[in-house]
Design a binder for this molecule. Structure first.
Ligand code: ADP
Ligand code: MG
Length: 701
């Protein structure tokens, strides 16, 4: 087992300033602006690509577009001026060919260097010029007659730019930092027997292999991120993140939670009062939750289920287990609209069972608020529904046993932990149930939710016909008016969704207003409603209620309807500017239709020309209704950072690992983490400290 002295390890986190020659306060500041604070930061500032100066290419063999190093003697120098000063230097070599070096910025001293006959070694990418190949602004060196010989043994790294620090200085700085790398044994934290099985280099060799690859290194593998050196670094980083999440889970699990091990009478009563029977997937997931809740340690479970898969009723049944035990359950949703709908559902289901459901949102103010707070504090409110307000404010529960968070992807990790803390009394914390309608691919879930158990409601209630989706160019908008007319004539309802990405609420609201007016003129026989984010809450609600009650035929809306609207009679949705929306959002929007038995349609209107990405997104939407498939595609198109959101998980903050690229390693990562946690928890802590640091972003939550 490697045993690094602590002092070596702390060298990782020593500030760069004062450690390296040439780094004064000003340089340190520039590095810090890029997040480069410690020696380790420099070690992990990995090259973007490499330049091969280990060999010389005969000028005759140069290929346009292929970077190369050549050496030749100056044959002619021409200094001219066409619009701007230009210096052209022709060099020739033994292959009897000529290459032109062209400079637009140069000093007189440079011109003097290029004396006819001088030997020049240069590196760059040749391209066709007026007289054969030329290289614009090559990096070059004029060689004395004595130092002509030696070529490097290693490829030259090209680092991501740091403002104010030139590439050569950066190379030097990082070179110095690498000279300070501890020896192999001191640096290594992974137990030898673990490394043996992996066939990957040691950490030290991996770092050196990335920064200073040998001349015969596998450049193609380095470029695609599949080189063993990269895999080694990515593995340790993923391992550190996994361990960090698992550690927190272990810490949490040391707490107690109320064991909700009743007979489940209320849950059964609720189930038998429902107008439908649960799907197999709902039953399975409820059983998993019930099993967790019966334990005296806190549940941390994520339920992934596509839009319309029926997560709410599962949550309600889970809440019944808390209420049966004489305790409270809370359900938080990210938007008021969604929270209101949960409130309506829960009241409809639970009040007949004699259960008191309280409502606590930001807009509940004054005396009403004081009353609700009192009910929550006394325990009279058995189930509490609300928005963020539930988590953010000084809401004191009497005895919160279960915290349910819906649409978790919109909440940060911090918020989710905050709600949990609400019920913390002494050593006891509430159980946590998180529900998301934006499934993330399984592999990603493994990384992002390493601290959670994951269940999937992977079956839709019966009787739903899949939504037919088409993409239409905006010019064909007039046809849609007829389509809406026809659908509504059959007693169906429709949505028209206006979107403008990156515009203010106000601009979107105006666009929606304009569309509303135009459609009202074109479809005078229809009852048309409008909701957008700038309307008063009460107005919005009234319109939504009317739509739900069938008193409005066509609802013109902004993406405020993305979540929270459940109107089974709506069977047509039109999304404007669909090309600008991400897959997850399109899928969420589309989930508003196809909730009833009628065949539903979704029309994605786009403005040509479409980018390649947009084309693929629209194609994906046409091809599938399956949220899990869409999530995989989203990952492929956008990468995990955007998919998960940086703020949510901190996952985008990886230095080396790339979840899309390295996802295949995650099962191994989990296995290694299991072994470390079981056998060598102190090493686990050191790996976390090295890569995740103080993990302020989690620890402070
Ligand atoms: P989501 O998973 O998107 O939150 P909801 O919980 O809003 O889905 O459920 C969507 C709709 O399906 C609701 O009207 C709900 O009452 C209904 N529903 C839920 N489960 C079933 C079921 N097993 N059979 C029929 N309808 C169901
Ligand atoms: Mg829902």
């Amino acid at each position: 087992m490697p045993s690094a002295p602590r002092s070596e390890e702390s060298a990782f986190n020593q500030p760069i300033a004062g450690q390296l020659a040439g780094v004064g306060p000003r340089v340190a500041e520039k590095l810090a602006a890029r997040g480069l604070l410690t020696l380790q930061d420099l070690w992990l500032h990995l090259p973007l690509r490499y330049e091969d100066r280990t060999q010389l290419t005969p000028i005759r063999s140069l290929q346009p577009g292929v970077p190369a190093q050549v050496e030749g003697r100056v044959e002619a120098v021409e200094r001219g001026y066409r619009y701007r000063p230009v210096l052209r230097v022709a060099i020739g070599d033994e292959s009897h060919a000529t290459l032109v070096l062209r400079f637009f910025h140069f000093r007189a001293a440079q011109v003097a260097q290029f004396a006819p006959g001088a030997l020049v070694r240069c590196y760059g990418t040749p391209k066709p010029g007026q007289n054969g190949l030329e290289i614009v602004h090559p990096s070059y060196r004029v060689l004395g007659e004595t130092d002509a010989a030696s070529l490097g043994e290693e490829l030259d790294p090209v680092y991501p730019a740091v403002e104010g620090i030139g590439p050569a200085s950066m190379r030097k700085l990082i070179g110095q930092a690498l000279d300070r790398l501890p020896d192999e044994a001191s640096l290594e934290l992974l137990p030898a027997e673990m490394l043996d099985g992996l066939r990957l280099p040691s950490l030290r060799l991996a770092l050196l292999g990335m920064h200073r690859p040998a001349r015969d290194a596998d450049i193609a593998a380095l470029a695609t991120g599949t080189h063993p050196a990269q895999r080694r670094l990515a593995l340790e980083e993923l391992l550190a993140h996994n361990l960090s999440l698992r550690r927190q889970r272990i810490a949490l699990q040391r707490h107690q939670a109320p064991a909700l091990a009743g007979k489940g009478k209320l849950a059964s009563q609720l189930q038998s009062a429902l107008p439908f029977s649960l799907t197999g997937a709902q039953q399975r997931v409820f059983a998993q939750i019930r099993h967790d809740l019966a334990q005296p340690s806190p549940m941390m479970r994520l339920v992934q289920g596509d839009v319309g898969s029926g997560k709410t009723v599962v949550a309600a049944m889970a809440a019944m287990l808390a209420v049966e035990a004489g305790k409270q359950a809370a359900l938080a949703a990210p938007t008021e609209l969604l929270a209101e709908q949960h409130l309506a559902n829960l009241r409809q289901w639970l009040e007949p069972l004699g259960i008191r459901v309280a409502w606590l949102a930001g807009k509940v103010t004054g005396k009403a608020r004081a009353e609700v707070m009192a009910e929550v504090a006394s325990g009279a409110a058995q189930v509490v529904v609300g928005t963020h307000a539930l988590m953010q404010e000084a809401v004191a529960f009497h005895d919160l046993a279960l915290a349910i968070v819906d649409e978790q992807h919109r909440f940060g990790v911090h918020q989710r932990l905050a709600l949990r803390d609400k019920g913390a009394s002494g050593k006891s914390v509430p159980h946590q149930l998180i529900m998301t309608a934006t499934p993330i691919p399984r592999t990603l879930a493994m990384a992002a939710y390493a601290d959670l158990d994951v269940s999937a409601i992977d079956e839709l209630p019966p009787g739903r016909t899949p939504v037919q989706t088409i993409a239409l160019s905006g010019e064909r908008r007039p046809e849609l008016v007829e389509r809406i007319r026809a659908a509504c004539a059959e007693g169906r309802q429709a949505y028209w969704v206006c979107t403008l990405i990156d515009e203010s609420d106000e601009v979107v609201a105006q666009a929606a207003q304009g569309t509303y007016e135009a459609l009202s003129a074109q479809l005078p026989e229809l009852r048309i409603g409008l909701v957008h984010g700038r309307m008063k809450q009460a107005e919005k609600q009234t319109t939504m209620r009317q739509f739900k009650a069938g008193e409005i035929d066509l609802l013109v809306a902004t993406t405020v309807i993305e979540v929270g609207v459940d109107v089974p009679n709506a069977s047509l949705m039109i999304v404007e500017n669909a090309e600008r929306l991400g897959l997850a959002q399109l899928h969420q929007l589309r989930g508003r239709v196809g909730r009833g038995a009628a065949a539903s349609n979704c029309v994605l209107l786009y403005q040509p020309p479409l980018s390649q990405m947009a084309k693929q997104r629209l194609a994906t939407m046409r091809e599938t209704n399956d949220g899990f498939v869409i999530a995989e595609k989203d990952l492929e198109l956008r990468g995990p950072g955007e998919l998960l959101g940086t703020r949510q998980t901190g996952l985008a903050a990886f230095r080396v690992a790339d979840l899309a690229r390295d996802a295949g390693m995650l099962p191994l990562v989990r296995e290694l983490a299991d072994r470390l946690l079981a056998d060598s928890p102190e090493i686990a802590d050191r790996i976390i400290a090295r890569w995740v640091g103080g993990a302020a972003r989690y620890a402070s939550a």
